[in-house]
Design a protein around this ligand. Structure first.
Ligand SMILES: Nc1ncnc2c1ncn2[C@@H]1O[C@H](COP(=O)(O)OP(=O)(O)O)[C@@H](O)[C@H]1O
Ligand SMILES: [Mg+2]
Length: 630
């Protein structure tokens, strides 16, 4: 073995570069963060060939004094911390003092800077550390050219220009999302890709994530003691097939953290299908002493002192925000101090209107044709049957039922009869005066093909997917009921149905679980089960069908697992089978009862599978469609 010797500085830095300078995007990250730490108001980034050929970042920050230029390129040289105490409550992006040294060891690097109060700028050449006067108004320009020119082995790992550029772009977005107060520009191969003036959070988020995202996201701003969570999280309708639009910042630093990701994921479990992903830009702020950022050279991982508390806080803040249905939000007095608002409403009122406009009308055309037989049958099984309690809504709240098929003249109040020509909308006059205040989702007009409820509210027409809406209501009700002892409805005549041997075994093994949910089941023969009692909420559901489905699910899991982890899945199954089916005709009071239930239910905007339950067609949407006033 050769003798032991100290490595040269260059080699040490090249080794360190392996951790810090993984690719052009990591150079960009370090240099951008330095510009941010320098208190810059405007930062200009120029890339060539995906950043491999050149990364040039100009800022208007505090600059570096001439006699510190050489030091800035030294390893372990920093102006940001001085002792352990500083390290434990670091408030800057950088603090390790190794980035510039590492970059200068693997690329042709120059630093041009003019410190405040200096007569002119100075430039240092990273290769020979020579310093010479230079021209620059203020701030610092870092120029990094020919990455890995002297380390060909690493150069081979670089991907195509397009890929490296994409990584740089992503890095730029992270910094830009974290700091909307800084004006930022990015050009690639001479073409400006992002031009972002200093703005507020909503505007910056819209510029980088798209107006679409903002229109379909909820803004949140929650705090609990020293913790604060703010930002924007997408509603389920905006879910995506990949995790590409997820940004979490801790004290302004982009992080990928299992704990935080898990808390977010959990907040979406009930409202998002498993293989869809939410989009979000979230900012967690806490005392720097509560989080260790010195876990990873690139500082993308962090460690929390109070991990559990943070998880809970993030989960609850997000769950609360997502649970507010659009209807309940609409009902709320805007003047009230609200921590949660629809993001688009805070940013651009028009965006919300766009969001509410459904796809082209053709989208509603694929409903199955009405079948006389089904419609007849359904009359007996109605929404009131399903909710179990035949509530009579206050009579003043119910508009007189409108015989849709009847001739308009028959029921139009004479006072509103049109003088001639254009007919007025007759239903409007029958509605309560303040439909908007008391009933955001409005009042039912009728049912469309046994599938959709049509209702009128202050803004125009509301379309409700009857089954999806009821499914969500049932699901939420079942959840709260099962937290206590479920109220049970004994069946006058037990429902007997045949099952397979496997289902029989599952029924026996899970009798206790089922009893806990409100089902009383006993064998009625070798391959027959009798149901004697069901949860009140499901009193009118198709019992046999529902239990077969439940047993099928129970079969696959040990009882203990079912009670805890899979309870909500079972509830979802119950809700799906218990919910009012398409083609059941509902009376107007029943439809209104469903609308009121939706308003009172958390997360009522989506069914358990993340599909929307209702949609608004505003008067202006309709006017546009009919080209009125054009
Ligand atoms: N754009 C800049 N403006 C002002 N000072 C800078 C800039 N970039 C780097 N510096 C100075 O150079 C030092 C070394 O930078 P760096 O190697 O990235 O380490 P760190 O950021 O961890 O301190 C910084 O501490 C800072 O004082
Ligand atoms: Mg740095």
């Amino acid at each position: 073995m050769p003798s032991i010797h100290l490595l040269s500085d260059l080699l040490i830095n090249q080794i360190a570069a392996g951790e810090v300078v993984e690719r052009p995007a990591s150079v960009l990250k370090e240099v951008l963060e330095n510009a941010v730490d320098a208190g810059s108001r405007a930062i200009d980034v120029q890339l060539e060939q995906g950043g491999v050929r050149r990364i040039r970042v100009a800022d208007d920050g505090c600059g570096i004094a001439k006699d510190e230029l050489a030091l800035a390129l030294e390893r372990h040289a920093t102006s940001k911390i001085a002792n352990l105490d500083d390290l434990e409550r670091v408030g800057t992006m950088g603090f390790r003092g190794e980035a510039l040294a590492a970059i200068a060891a693997v690329a042709r690097t120059t630093l041009t800077s003019r410190a405040e109060g200096s007569a002119h700028a100075w430039r240092i050449d990273g290769s020979d550390r020579s310093v010479a006067p230079a021209a620059l108004g203020a701030g610092t320009v870092v120029d990094v050219a020919d990455l890995y020119y002297n380390t060909p082995a690493r150069r081979k790992f670089l991907k195509s220009e397009g890929t490296e550029y994409a990584h740089c772009d992503e890095m730029f977005r992270r910094v830009a999302l974290a700091r909307p107060d800084i004006g930022l520009q990015l050009a690639h191969n001479g073409r400006v890709v992002h031009r972002l003036p200093a703005a507020d959070h909503a505007r910056r988020v819209a510029a980088l994530m798209g107006d679409d995202f903002l229109a379909q996201a909820r803004a949140l701003d929650a705090d609990a003691g020293p913790l604060r969570l703010s930002g924007f999280a997408s509603l389920p309708a905006y879910s995506r097939a990949s995790r590409d639009a997820q940004y979490f910042f801790v004290n302004g630093r982009f992080v990928r953290d299992k704990l935080l990701t898990h808390a977010v994921r959990q907040a979406y479990t009930d409202i998002l299908h498993g293989n869809r992903h939410p989009a979000y830009v979230l900012f967690l702020e806490l005392d720097p002493a509560g989080v260790d950022v010195n876990v990873h050279p690139a500082k993308i991982e962090v460690r929390f002192r109070e991990a559990r508390a943070i998880h809970q806080f993030v989960f609850h803040a997000l769950t609360r925000t997502l649970a507010e249905s659009g209807a309940s939000l609409a009902a709320r007095d805007e003047a009230e101090a609200v921590t949660t608002t629809t993001a688009s409403a805070a940013y651009a009122p028009e965006a919300r209107t766009q969001d509410e406009r459904p796809r082209p009308f053709g989208g509603y055309g694929n409903a199955p044709p009405v079948q006389g037989r089904l419609a007849m049958e359904s009359a007996s099984r109605s929404y009131f049957d399903f909710v179990g309690t035949a509530r009579e809504p206050a009579p003043t709240a119910i508009p007189a039922p409108m015989p849709m098929a009847a001739g308009a003249q028959d029921f139009r109040p004479t006072a509103f009869a049109p003088a001639a020509g254009r007919p007025t909308t007759p239903v409007a006059t029958a509605l309560p005066q303040h439909a908007d205040d008391s009933a955001p989702l409005g009042y039912a007009l009728g049912q469309l093909h046994g599938i959709y409820i049509l209702a009128q509210n202050a803004k125009g027409l509301v379309l409700v997917d009857m089954h999806a809406a009821h499914e969500r209501i049932l699901y939420e009700k079942l959840k709260t009921v099962l937290d206590g002892t479920p109220s049970v409805q004994r069946l006058l005549i037990p429902a007997v149905f045949s099952v397979s041997a496997k289902d029989m075994a599952a029924a026996e093994e899970c009798a206790e679980v089922l009893a806990g949910m409100g089902f009383e089941i006993a064998p009625a023969g070798p391959q027959e089960l009798a149901v004697r009692a069901v949860p009140v909420l499901l009193a009118n559901a198709p019992v046999a069908e529902l239990l077969r489905k439940l047993l099928e699910e129970l079969r696959e899991y040990p009882a203990s697992e079912v009670v805890t982890a899979r309870r909500n899945e079972l509830l979802a199954t119950m809700a799906c089978h218990g919910a009012v089916r398409a083609h059941r005709s509902l009376t107007i009071p029943e439809m209104n009862a469903l609308l009121r239930d939706m308003e009172a239910t958390e997360r009522a905007d989506q069914c358990n599978h993340g599909r929307p339950t209702w949609n608004q067609l505003t008067m202006s949407d309709l006017d546009r469609f009919f080209m009125r006033g054009q």
